[in-house]
Ligand binder design. Structure first.
Ligand SMILES: Cc1cc2nc3c(=O)[nH]c(=O)nc-3n(C[C@H](O)[C@H](O)[C@H](O)COP(=O)(O)OP(=O)(O)OC[C@H]3O[C@@H](n4cnc5c(N)ncnc54)[C@H](O)[C@@H]3O)c2cc1C
Length: 310
């Protein structure tokens, strides 16, 4: 890991965060792949105000930072991440409903998990977000990558977000000013999503519960959920499926070290035990090369690879 902090900066960070920062922590337990080296500094913000102070300090000190939520759409390299890793845990994670004149908005902190949103919607009788059931992410992460499933994506439901910018300022942005693409949201460099608002509708609680269960059942039927992974590795190219192309290239089940292209779903790589980031990156590169040779299509990554190259 390339160290970025001076001793003085470490002391300053500790005092800004009241000590809620740890140094040299392994990130593997903070990613769904269960892979990844150490974070030079891992910080879980207590509230938006504290985060703003930390970000403006990092900005002035030219310290790099990356943000993670549940770590379910990332691969962290074994060399780890120098600088600051900001993780949204359970602290900025409140959920509330705002009833407006002719619409309802579910507002939540970036650290709320999608499963918390599902529970809230089922308990309150709110419909519109059920397609997210079973996806293991945070609200902030899901908004940042425009998580989607079964033909819908979260961007289509977002009515607004709040961000912290690198200078520490907090800005509210209306949904109509956000530009969501396929598994992406164009945000300014270094902006951090701290809150999201979603359009929901009143519905019978039992109906909402039923739809959530249905979506989870559909997932269980076709996804290899018994081993650590990060879900789909590649985006589906227009008019085709990355999984079909990888399978057609003869790679389903291919293994490298502790990583394997899932025999159940070829667009998933699973950690079958002790995988290193190089094992997974090796399979990613092989899949890209072979699919290009066989089908002429260049696959684009859906997951984000973070961390220092060793
Ligand atoms: C079993 C399984 C099933 C999955 N199924 C699906 C699926 O059906 N559809 C789908 O789209 N995805 C799926 N995923 C991928 C993933 O769960 C989602 O994309 C999830 O919403 C990502 O949220 P996260 O909190 O884990 O983000 P992370 O993985 O922690 O981060 C993802 C990216 O967002 C950035 N980021 C995170 N939080 C913030 C923030 N607050 N502000 C700014 N940037 C931020 C990170 O820097 C990173 O670049 C699946 C993953 C698994 C393991």
């Amino acid at each position: 890991m390339i160290k970025r902090f001076t001793e003085e900066q470490i002391e300053r960070l500790k005092s800004l965060t009241g000590g809620s920062v740890s140094f040299g922590v392994s990130l593997s337990s903070f990613t769904s792949f269960k892979v990844g080296g150490r974070a030079e500094a891992l910080y879980e913000p207590k509230d938006i105000e504290e985060l703003s102070m930390v970000i403006s300090f990092a900005n002035v000190a030219s310290l790099p930072y990356v943000v993670i939520g549940r770590g379910s759409n990332i691969l962290v390299r074994d060399a780890g991440i120098g600088g600051l890793v900001i993780r949204f845990g359970r602290k900025i994670a409140g959920l509330r409903l705002e009833e407006k004149v002719n619409r309802h908005e579910l507002i939540c902190g970036a650290g709320a998990q999608l499963k918390d949103l599902m529970r809230f919607c089922a308990d309150e009788g709110l419909s519109g977000l059920e397609f997210l059931a079973g996806i293991p992410g945070s609200a902030g992460g899901a908004i940042s990558v425009n998580t989607g499933a079964f033909g819908s994506d979260i961007g289509g439901k977002v009515t607004g977000i709040k961000v912290v910018k690198p200078d520490g300022s907090v800005e509210a942005i209306e949904g109509r000013d956000l530009h969501f693409g396929y598994r992406e949201l164009s945000l300014g460099r270094g902006w951090i999503v701290v809150e999201g608002a979603f359009a929901v509708e009143r519905a019978e609680k039992e109906d909402v519960r039923g739809r959530i269960k249905d979506f989870i059942r559909k997932r269980n039927e076709k996804q290899p959920l018994d081993a650590p992974s990060a879900g789909s590795i590649f985006k589906n190219p227009p008019g085709d499926y990355a999984g079909r192309l990888i399978e057609a290239a003869g790679l389903k089940g291919m293994q490298r070290g502790g990583a394997r292209i899932s025999p159940v779903h070829a667009n998933w790589i699973v950690n079958i035990g002790g995988a290193g980031s190089d094992d997974i990156i090796g399979l990613i590169n092989t899949a890209r090369e072979r699919v290009k040779e066989v089908s002429g299509i260049e696959l684009e990554l859906e997951i984000r690879i973070l961390g220092d190259e060793s």
